[in-house]
Structures are given as structure tokens and as C-alpha cells.
Write a protein that binds this ligand. Structure first.
Ligand code: KG4
Ligand code: ZN
Length: 402
């Protein structure tokens, strides 16, 4: 059916996310169950506990997202689900649920790569097909309203008047569609993905067409934030990274002279292990126990870590922008996504880089940067528009060799 409706399921790590999105990029219903409380107590994600929490949450999340959307499963056009990368025990829970839904309602299945979902959510509602779908959805809506009016007791309007109103409205819809197409985040774009498991600089030329410009040689930035937050004795809620960002606001970012990683290597690769070790040594020497008395010192360490970690990110991004502008001068956007992209300090620093290069920085709102169902549903929608779907499975179980 056009415009399409897709339900997306995310369960790769410690969030159970489900959402229903329309082709225009409207989020019709959404549900997110976070496991932050469970894992904060253990100082990190415990796969077995995460799996159990996903199993406990998944049915309720699907029901809640469908109910919020006012959509019955048979009205969907496809089910999208994260198939990796992630914790296999956790991924399995989402995949099983997606297959159950798809088999029961004869819906196509769309396997989604977790990092592709992070990258593509920057295009939520900002594509040409989304602009067209917005017009179609609005017309459907008007059709429904008109029908209701005609059937209603107060249907005394002149047919001519309501037709004229409809005409004016569709002009507005058309204008909105054109504006949306103008704001589209078109391919190719430069993309920085920063999450708990990945640190990637990519040239994105289309769905499934990614050229890797750089990756991490050891830790991802989110992992480094998480480890430093733990060493500083912070409460890891809503995540280590978010806790560290908040704590760093109390500190002096120039207090400790950590050095920026890999300055003599003119690549777009990242390394955070050395910085992490330097920070660990500083904490062990100067603030081995978290106390009220050393709170300022710990905040200084947090702020200094963040400044240097992000300086590394900036330096790599500046280089990638330079490369890409030479090889692909049509690039207009720098997209920054993944959980760490919800960090306001990082957004500010990268805005300056994009501005200096004449690029538009596109950073999804924080709730779409951390893991969620919307990004999976939207990546599914992008694939659906290209016909990249699998036929409805005969059963929920994964057959041998599949
Ligand atoms: O994308 P995501 O939700 O899950 C993965 O795919 O890994 O990213 C989670 C990561 C965690 O390491 C978390 O600490 C980090 O994103 N993060 C942040 C912030 N919010 C989440 N890091 C720095 N600053 C933040 N505000
Ligand atoms: Zn993620």
C-alpha cells in the first residue's frame, strides 16, 4: 500500500525499542524499555540479564507501539528488525518477535543493520519519497474527513465550498512537499557514527553503499566515556556517557594535560585506548576513591578527558571533510549519529567544523541518537522503498541454513 506503514524492532543491546513510522517520516507510535537500572548496578551490560529483560519487555513494547499508532498488525506493510551487530542473545529476541509478527500476518520482513539504522535516521522524513508521501497521507486524511463530514449530521456544507477548500489545502501540501524535498539529506553525505561499539567515518552514497574512511583501532568513543565514568565512580544513568557529560560541566577542561591521540598519523582512524589509560592513571594517582573532597578534581579529569577525546574526533572529521570535498564536491551534509551524538558539547564542536567547510550538520534529536525503534523502522522504510524486502516467513522459527 502507498504510503506505507512499517513497524521496527530494536534489541541489539540494552534497549527494547519498537516504533511504527509512515513513509512521510511520521512516528505514529513508539515504545522504549530501557534496562539502564539493571545494568547500572553491575557496572555494564550483562548479556544474559539483557536477554531476559528483552524477553520480558518485547510483547508489551510491540503492543504499546501499535496501540499508540492506532494500527492493527495487518495494516502494516512490513516488519523491520535489527539483525546485527550486537549481542546475539539480545538480537535473537527481536528477530524472533519480528518473524512471529511477519508469519502471523503475512508481512514482508526487512533485516536491518544496526549502524545503518543509526545513519539513516538522519533522513527521517527528509527524503523525496517522504515529501511525496506527506502529500499522499494528507490527501488520505482529507478524504477521511470529507467522508465523515458527508456522513455526519452537520453535512450541510455546499459541495462546491468543500471542494475549493480541498484544492487550497492540496496547494499547501504541495508547497510543503517541495520544501521538504529541498531540505532532504541527499546522498552522498559524510557520516560520523559514534556509539558504544563503533566509531566510524563513512561516505554514504546510497542504501547499502558505504565507503569506510576511518574506524577505531581499539575502543569506540562511547566505550571510553563509559569506562571513564565508571573509574570516576559516577552513577551510570541514563548511561555512563550521559553521566560523564553532565559531570564534566563542573570541571575545568584544561586542568589536566592529556595528549590528543595519534597526532602523527594523518589518517581518519581513531584510537582511545591510550587516552583511557592516561585517564585511569591520573585517577589512580590523584583520586583513587570518589569522595566529596575530591569532587572538583574528578570533575576536572572528566572535563579534560572530554576535551581531548573530542579534539581527536574533531581532527579526524576535519581531515575527512577535506578528503570528501575533493573527491565528492556534491556532498552537502555532515551527519553525526549514534548514542554519543546526543552529547551537546560534541554537537557544538562539530557544528563549527561543518560551518567552516560550508556543510550542514545534521544531528538527530538525542532520543533518536541512542538506540530506539524509530531508527530501525525508518531504515526499514528506506529499504522498503527500494524493494529490499524478504518474503513473509512461513514460520517464526529460523530454518537450518537460513
Ligand atoms: O547507540 P547506542 O545507544 O548503543 C550502541 O549502539 O552502542 O550508544 C550507546 C553509547 C554508550 O556508550 C553511552 O555511554 C553513549 O552512547 N552515550 C553518550 C551520551 N549518551 C549516550 N556518550 C557521551 N555523551 C552522551 N551524552
Ligand atoms: Zn546503537
Amino acid at each position: 500500500a502507498w504510503p506505507a506503514l512499517i513497524l521496527g524492532i530494536e534489541s541489539s543491546c540494552d534497549d527494547t525499542g519498537v516504533a511504527v513510522v509512515s513513509a512521510s517520516g511520521r512516528v505514529l507510535g513508539e515504545s522504549l524499555a530501557s534496562q539502564a537500572d539493571i545494568h547500572a548496578a553491575w557496572g555494564g551490560v550483562v548479556p544474559k540479564l539483557a536477554q531476559e529483560a528483552h524477553e520480558a519487555a518485547i510483547d508489551g513494547c510491540v503492543e504499546a507501539a501499535l496501540a499508540a499508532a492506532g494500527v492493527r498488525p495487518e495494516q502494516l506493510d512490513a516488519v523491520a528488525v535489527t539483525i546485527g551487530p550486537g549481542l546475539s542473545l539480545c538480537l535473537r529476541v527481536g528477530v524472533l518477535k519480528a518473524r512471529q509478527l511477519a508469519a502471523a500476518h503475512r508481512l514482508p520482513l526487512i533485516p536491518v543493520h544496526h549502524m545503518e539504522a543509526h545513519a539513516l535516521v538522519a533522513r527521517l522524513g527528509a527524503t523525496r519519497f517522504a515529501a511525496e508521501a506527506a502529500a499522499a497521507e494528507q490527501q488520505q486524511q482529507q478524504g477521511v474527513q470529507q467522508q465523515q463530514q458527508q456522513q455526519g449530521v452537520q453535512a450541510q456544507q455546499q459541495p462546491a465550498a468543500s471542494t475549493a477548500a480541498l484544492g487550497a489545502a492540496s496547494d499547501a501540501v504541495q508547497a510543503a512537499a517541495e520544501a521538504a524535498a529541498d531540505a532532504a539529506v541527499e546522498f552522498p553525505f559524510l557520516c560520523l557514527l559514534i556509539s558504544g561499539g563503533h566509531n566510524l567515518l563513512l561516505l554514504v552514497e546510497g542504501i547499502g553503499q558505504y565507503t569506510q574512511l576511518g574506524t577505531t583501532l581499539d575502543d569506540a568513543l562511547g566505550e571510553a566515556y563509559d569506562k571513564v565514568a565508571r573509574l570516576l565512580g559516577l552513577e551510570l544513568k541514563p548511561s555512563g556517557g550521559a553521566a560523564l557529560e553532565a559531570f564534566a560541566r563542573e570541571g575545568d577542561p584544561r586542568a589536566l594535560p592529556f595528549s590528543v591521540p595519534m597526532q602523527r598519523r594523518p589518517t581518519c582512524d581513531f584510537s582511545y585506548a591510550g587516552l583511557k589509560t592516561a585517564v585511569r592513571l591520573a585517577i589512580e594517582e590523584q583520586a583513587p576513591e570518589a569522595t566529596d573532597a575530591n569532587r572538583q578534581l574528578r570533575a576536572d579529569i572528566a572535563a579534560s578527558f572530554q576535551r581531548v577525546a573530542v579534539a581527536h574526533l574533531e581532527e579526524r572529521c576535519r581531515r575527512a571533510v577535506g578528503w570528501v570535498q575533493e573527491s565528492h564536491p556534491q556532498v552537502r551534509h555532515l551527519v553525526v549519529a549514534g548514542g554519543v551524538a546526543s552529547n551537546q558539547y560534541i554537537r557544538g564542536r562539530l557544528t563549527a567544523i561543518a560551518d567552516a567547510a560550508g556543510l550542514r550538520l545534521v544531528c538527530p534529536p538525542p532520543r533518536l541518537c541512542t538506540d530506539n525503534g524509530v531508527m530501525v523502522a525508518w531504515a526499514g522504510m528506506e529499504r522498503y522503498q527500494l524493494g529490499l524486502v524478504e518474503p513473509p516467513p512461513a514460520s517464526a522459527q529460523v530454518a537450518d541454513g537460513e
